[in-house]
Design a protein around this ligand. Structure first.
Ligand SMILES: C[S@@+](CC[C@H](N)C(=O)[O-])C[C@H]1O[C@@H](n2cnc3c(N)ncnc32)[C@H](O)[C@@H]1O
Length: 292
């Protein structure tokens, strides 16, 4: 690690008391401004930061994903960024999971939790994938019902429009469709019924990203979190994780060692479907299976 980076990380520690106080205050306030009307932006030229063949490829991928996952409602009620992030998530999930059948509890139902869902802006993409992955193949002929819950410990930050993260999270969950909801809570202490799938996109595994995000350092309890994930999964269930870097992925592996979770596969989680594609280059997705 270079001197500048070391200095940045040390300075981030200075934020710790302010983050702690701000989180305690907003959690006590539990602010809500009521239901959110999700912002809509036109979707022509969604990939206007790309050029030539790259842009045409991205448009082809997007058109295929739109057909496959029925994203009309999302297309009609989202910003360009949220739309692009949903497409990117679908692309990455497909690349990671390939043709493996989902571990659904029954042929007709899949039960999943997204841990640390933030504002849950990708709820539609995630739900659509859970309901559709493999459907139409001989192992899974019909769409399945989805019960998907996004859990976020820090739900009451206030956005520029005066709504809280929970207000927005609920709106994204409602847009995703029936069976999807958003819950403010600490997943580490939550009792949940046995899950077929747990997802964690960019969980905090070290202090620096957590402090930059504005979270209190007391939320940095990754071992407790992964233990709760292992408890929540039914035998045969899947954990899907996205990490920002190889080093984070390694840290995840160390945390999961000793728990009944085996790595099935890892894959690049890089995408050029979002405008910050170059920042996704080192991202890694991984699929873990809870032993029987
Ligand atoms: C880097 S953010 C990722 C947000 C979202 N998954 C995304 O990809 O946009 C990690 C999130 O996990 C949340 N988190 C941390 N610990 C948690 C816990 N014990 N239970 C629920 N959420 C938690 C944080 O508050 C933060 O919003």
């Amino acid at each position: 690690m270079g001197m500048a980076s070391l200095l940045r990380r040390s300075l981030a520690l200075l934020r710790a008391p302010a983050n702690e106080l701000a989180f305690a205050t907003r959690s006590r306030l539990r602010w809500s401004r009521g239901p959110v009307v999700l912002a809509q932006e036109p979707k022509q030229d969604v990939f206007d930061w790309l050029e030539g063949a790259e842009r045409r490829d991205a448009e082809r991928v997007a058109a295929r994903l739109e057909r496959r996952y029925d994203l009309a409602a999302l297309r009609a009620r989202s910003t360009r960024l949220v739309y692009a992030e949903n497409l990117a998530l679908l692309e990455c999930l497909e690349a990671l999971v390939g043709g493996d059948p989902l571990p659904a509890s029954s042929e007709v139902l899949v039960r999943a939790v997204d841990v640390g869902c933030g504002v849950f802006q990708y709820a539609t993409g995630l739900r659509a994938w859970l309901g559709t992955h493999g459907v139409g193949t001989n192992w899974d002929p019909a769409p399945r019902q989805v019960v998907l819950r996004g859990v976020e410990i820090d739900g009451y930050g206030i956005y520029r429009d005066g709504h809280s993260r929970a207000d927005h999270g609920r709106a994204h969950a409602a847009l995703a469709g029936p069976g999807t909801d958003f819950l403010v809570g600490d997943f580490g202490g939550l009792a949940v019924p046995p899950q077929d799938l747990v997802t964690m996109f960019y969980p905090f595994l070290s202090a620096y990203p957590l402090l930059r995000w504005g979270s209190p350092i007391s939320h940095l309890r990754p071992r407790r979190l992964v233990k709760a994930v292992a408890r929540a999964l039914r035998p045969g269930g899947w954990l899907i994780v996205a990490n920002q870097t190889e080093a984070e992925f390694e840290r995840l592996g160390n945390l999961l060692a000793g728990l009944p979770l085996q790595l099935v596969r890892r894959a690049s989680w890089a995408t050029n479907l979002v405008p910050y594609g170059e920042r996704t280059l080192g991202r890694i997705g991984s699929l873990w299976r809870r032993s029987e």
